[in-house]
Design a protein around this ligand. Structure first.
Ligand code: NDP
Length: 297
């Protein structure tokens, strides 16, 4: 099996380099051109010709325009990378009869209510980034290619920048932090996403009826405030010297950002667990592991 991985250096892409390696010949690209192969999703023609040269059995797209606030101003670039490039990958996958594995987000939903979102729930993106990711999903489905679209949330990894690492840095520098307490979701490790991808890929190769959208997140739920508390308490329990004395809960309305954020990022993962016989660990276990790694404990 020949696998073309795009976005190899992102949080998820980095972990996919590990988890996909035993499954076949892996050609992993970032946005640079290497040996005539280009993984820059903003260069649609080069992307198309790269896929035609490689002729993969599976395309795994971990690249995306992920700058949520900047996307409000850079709408065209977000649409190009998240929408149009996904369409090109899907068209090429369809003509090669290859699988396309792609990642999306809970930001395709309105963020209202408190019920975990199911795959078939009505979409209504809260911001431009969400709209661009939804455009990608819809293009993939419309192409008729065999696909797995994993919608996930609150991704973190030991490598790269994310909320947990930002909280650790701020907790070293400040005595008081203000953290949003009315947005709820599940921090989900890039390691878990990559491992589930590899397991699911093996299964869909034997049963193409499993094609479709799946929600993929760690179990349980927490607010950003609860998440920050967990990170800080764990770091302190491991002997980290932190300046922080108080973490104040604040509302989303107290922290205006260019892009709106959903209050409800909960994802119902029943379909994924049932169709692939998978168990999704609670968010605390992955966060603890990541913290041990970054704190070297
Ligand atoms: P990262 O931001 O860590 O990685 C994205 C990667 O895409 C980076 O390596 C980036 O490269 C690359 N990229 C950006 N623009 C281009 C381009 N034009 N051409 C080629 N590569 C490009 O994201 P994650 O690993 O966290 O996200 C993986 C997937 O999960 C994405 O589809 C994302 O939308 C989705 N997701 C992420 C969430 C999160 O909290 N992070 C939440 C929900 C879904 P460079 O570093 O050079 O810019």
């Amino acid at each position: 099996m020949k696998i073309l991985l795009l976005g190899k250096n992102g949080q998820v892409g980095w972990e996919l380099q590990r988890s996909l390696a035993p499954l076949g010949e892996l050609i992993a690209l970032d946005r640079q051109t290497v040996d005539g192969l280009c993984g820059d999703l903003s260069d649609i023609d080069a992307l198309r010709s790269t896929i035609r040269k490689v002729k993969p059995d599976v395309i795994v797209n971990a690249a995306a325009y992920t700058a949520v606030d900047k996307a409000e101003a850079e709408i065209d670039l977000a649409d190009l990378v998240n929408g149009q490039a996904s369409r090109v990958m899907a068209e090429e996958a369809a003509s090669l009869d290859a699988w396309l594995i792609h990642y999306s987000t809970d930001y395709v939903f309105s963020g209202r209510g408190a019920t975990p979102w199911r795959e078939a729930d009505l979409v209504a993106p809260v911001n431009r980034y969400g709209a661009s990711k939804l455009a990608g999903e819809q293009a993939i489905i419309a192409s008729g290619c065999k696909h797995l679209i994993f919608r996930t949330s609150w991704v973190y990894a030991a490598r790269g920048n994310n909320f947990a690492k930002t909280m650790l840095r701020l907790a070293r520098e400040h005595e008081a932090l203000n953290v949003i307490a009315d947005q709820i979701g599940a921090p989900t490790g890039a390691e878990l996403i990559a491992d589930v991808t590899a397991l699911a890929l093996q299964k869909v190769r034997l049963n193409s009826e499993l094609t479709g959208i799946y929600h993929l997140a760690a179990s349980g739920e927490v607010s950003w405030h609860g998440y920050a508390d967990y990170v800080i308490n764990f770091a302190r329990s491991q002997g980290e010297l932190l300046a922080v004395k108080v973490v104040n809960p604040i509302d989303t309305t107290d922290y205006p950002t260019p892009a709106r954020r959903p209050l409800n990022s909960r994802l119902n993962t029943q379909k994924l667990r049932d169709n692939f016989s998978l168990y999704l660990p609670d968010w605390q276990s992955g966060i603890t592991r990541m913290l041990r790694e970054v704190l070297n404990k």
